[in-house]
Structure formats: C-alpha cells, structure tokens
Ligand binder design. Structure first.
Ligand code: HAM
Length: 437
C-alpha cells in the first residue's frame, strides 16, 4: 500500500472535506462579486521563465519544475500574480479600467511542511489593475477583511498589518543607501521577526556589517506601529517623496476608517514581504493570537506587468490561503456542520410501483430536487428507516393502493403528516411542501 499514498504535502478531499472547502470558496466568491470583481482562470502549468527572477529567490527555490516532452522548461504555478499580469497585459488596451479580477485556484510550492503549510494549497486571489492611487488598496483591504468577516470572524480573531516598501525605499535612500544595499536591508527587515539580529547576515556577506548607527535607525523604523509615530519619524527627514507617501497613507487609512474597518488594520513597518515584485503598500493578515502563519498577503506591484512584456500598468492585489484560514475557522468553532440531506426519499413497493416511481423521481430531479431511493426492493419498514436516516424532509410513497388510485402519498418526515396528491401534481406538491406553503 505504502507506494500508493499521496505525495508528502499533498491533500485529498473526501466529500466532507470538499463540502467544507466548497463552503469557503462559495463565501469568498460571493464576497468578491459584492465588491464587483470578475472571476478568471488560467493554466496550472506555466513556462518556468514566468517565475525566474520575478517572484524572488524563495519561491524560485520551491518550484515544482521539469522539462516536458517537447523540451520546454515548465513549472506548476506557485502563485497567480505573474500569470494574471500576463492575462491583463495581453488585453490591457481592451479592458475597462480599473480591472478588478479574482480567482480561486490551486498552487504548488516545494516547502518544508508545517502546520498550515503544504506543498499544494488553494488561494483566493484578488487584484486591481490600472489604478495607481491608494483607492485600490482601500478597496482590496476592505475585500480582504470582508472575506474573513463573512465567516463570523471579527477584529478579535484577525488583523491586517500594513506597511510600505516604497516608504522603506525612500527612507533608506534618505539615509544614503544605494539600491542594492536597500534591497539587502529590506531582505533583513523581512527576516528580522523570525531570526532577530541574524537577519542582517545576508547584508553583511554582500556589503560588510551594516554601520551600527544605520542599523539602529533601521530597527527604530521597523518598530513603528502607528501613523503618528510614522509622521514623527518622517518629519525628521523631510522631502517631497516621503510627504507624498504620507498623504497616500492618510488616504488609505481614512478610507478604511470611513468604511468602519480601521479596527482591523495596524500600521506595522516590520512587514516588507518576501516576494521580489512589490513596489508600494504591502500587507499581511494574521490571527490575533499569533499562533498561525500568515492568513493572507499582498501589496502593490506597479512594474510587473511591464516586466512580463505588457504595457506599464499599476497593479495591486492579495491572496488568502485556504489552509491557515481553515485552521483559524476550526479554532474559533466557525467551521459549519454542513448537512447534506435529500429533499425527498422515495419508498417503493414492487416492480410495477418502481416503474411509476422512476418516472416521478426523474421529473423531480429534473426540476432540481434532490431525490434518493433504494436500489433494491426492500420491505417498507426498512425503506422508512433508510428515509429517516437520510435526513430527507419528505417521503414519497409508491404502494399498490396509491398506484391504483393514480396518486402518490407524501409523508412529511418532520411531523409525520400525510397527504395524497395526483401523480401528475407530485412536482408542484413537493415544491409547495418544501417551501412551507
Ligand atoms: P504569499 O504571501 O506567498 O503571496 O501567499 C499568500 C497566502 O497563501 C499566504 O498568506 C498563505 O496563507 C498562503 N500560502 C502560501 N504558501 C503556502 C503553502 N506552502 N501552504 C499553504 N498556504 C500557503 C502570494 O502568493 C502573492 N502572489 C499574493 C498576491 C496576489 N500579491 C498580489 N496579488
């Protein structure tokens, strides 16, 4: 048996598991529609080059990649962002802007497995193209928050950490660092929470140890946790670029505040995101208790569409992963007990009754009702037991007496009341009874 187990980190969905996943997808889809996002899909296998030097070293090292029979280097998609950039880039001039798109899809990363992390997982991706201002971030963070609140989660359960790579860039530039050094410092900031001081090792290897005074300034900036503190830190430096960023911050936080969502969002410059393509605001959602890995992550990536051969097009988006999210729902007791019961169970006499019952069963199913019946002839008692166990609301009884009168007997299994209806009115009667008429 052993050789036929799933590959490490891969998942199977038995019907109950899939019902839970579908429930999550259904609410995410519904929420995206409420925000006016349109759904798209794309291939699961992509040219390897789509990810090379675009997603960043971490993802590149985790690719499931191989050479196909035609000699092409290909990879299972580890994320949607480069793909959606290609889709939008290819039709950019024909698309009405802003482009607001979402998808529900599966991704693959050869990661070290841990709680909430697998080698295949699903993401809900939402992205906006063609809007350079923070209005797009407002819309997306509101969507992200609602995608979690739709399940009954509140600000006590999760929060969104908001940061800004652009601001970091301008800040480090003002401190006199060049682009290569800035990137190395941002790498250290990304790892600082996890590794502490060791996070600066990568920088030291490239450029020698970071000047202690500079490092102190980086660490102070990293600890900023409010707009007030941010304003203060920036006032000491000045400059148009930083002032413009601050104006964007106020617009974004003001918009979220007006929507009543400020309580979900925290300024936190300790977040810079590992993916290489982010250029502006970045954000990540976490559980409040800090027990789980990130629920969602995203940010602005204004250069990526062009880098992938499309026109220059501002873009921002995020993805929620299904694994940590399902864990959080479970921890909070918000995983619904999904009951999957038929509307109708047909209780059938002998072979002649079976013919009549089959005609009605098919008519009911074609009308959209969920109908079940026993494959084999069984005593009535056994069939009623099966009907009760199935959780059906109604039993339709096809006995010899009923057939002779041209009727079917309908028993309401919740109160055991019965009525006879002419067989040609069975569909209408079932509809009325289920609607409570
Ligand atoms: P990401 O931060 O790499 O961003 O992934 C987003 C979310 O997907 C994570 O917060 C996590 O919930 C989930 N996730 C990632 N890797 C795994 C894994 N190995 N196992 C389980 N869950 C995982 C992106 O992927 C960006 N492309 C998001 C984005 C969209 N940026 C702009 N638009």
């Amino acid at each position: 048996m052993a050789q036929f187990q799933t590959l490490p980190g891969f998942r199977e969905f038995y019907p109950e598991d899939l019902a839970r996943r579908n429930h999550i997808f259904r609410l995410w889809r519904q929420t995206a529609h409420a925000f006016g996002f349109a759904e798209y899909d794309a291939p699961v296998l992509e040219p390897l080059d789509l990810y090379r030097a675009k997603s960043g070293d971490e993802i590149e090292g985790q690719l499931f990649s191989f050479t196909d029979k035609g000699g092409r280097e290909v990879a299972l998609r580890p994320e949607m962002t480069p793909t959606v950039c290609r889709l939008v880039g290819a039709k950019a001039s024909a698309l009405k802007r802003p482009v607001k798109w979402f998808s529900l899809a599966e991704f693959f990363r050869y990661e070290r497995m841990q709680k909430g992390r697998g080698r295949c997982f699903h993401q809900f991706n939402a992205d906006i193209f063609g809007e350079p201002g923070p209005e797009a971030e407002t819309e997306l963070i509101a969507l992200l928050v609602q995608c979690l609140c739709a399940f009954g989660l509140t600000e006590q359960d999760f929060y969104v950490r908001l940061s800004d790579r652009n601001l970091w860039f301008y800040y480090l530039e003002a401190l006199g660092l060049d682009e290569a050094r800035i990137r190395a410092v941002l790498g250290a900031v990304d790892r600082y929470e996890k590794y502490g001081d060791d996070a600066f090792q990568g920088y030291a290897e490239l450029f020698g140890p970071l000047d202690p005074a500079l490092k102190a300034q980086v660490l102070a900036f990293l600890q900023i946790k409010s707009l007030g503190a941010l304003e203060q830190a920036l006032a000491a430096i000045g400059g148009d670029k930083l002032a413009a960023r601050l104006a964007d911050w106020k617009k974004l936080l003001g918009g979220l505040d007006a929507m009543g969502l400020a309580r979900f969002v925290e300024v936190d410059l300790g977040v810079v995101r590992g993916l290489a393509y982010y250029t502006g605001f970045v954000f990540e959602a976490f559980d409040r208790k800090g027990e789980l890995r990130a629920l969602a992550g995203g940010g602005r990536y204004d250069d990526l569409v062009e880098k992938l051969g499309g026109p220059a097009l501002p873009a921002v988006g995020f993805a929620i992963g299904d694994m940590t999210f399902a864990l959080l729902l479970e921890q909070r007791g918000l995983t619904p007990a999904l009951v999957s019961a038929p509307d109708v169970y047909a209780v059938i006499g002998g072979p002649a009754e079976r013919r009549a019952a089959f005609a009605d069963i098919h008519a009911l199913r074609a009308a959209g009702f969920r109908v079940e019946y026993p494959f084999r002839e069984l005593a009535f008692g056994k069939q009623f037991k099966a009907a009760a166990e199935s959780g059906a609301r109604l039993a339709l009884i096809y006995g010899g007496d009923e057939l002779a009168k041209g009727v079917v007997k309908i028993r309401d299994l919740t109160d055991r009341s019965e009525r006879e209806v002419p067989r040609d009115q069975a569909v209408v009667a079932v509809r009325d009874l289920l609607a409570g008429a």
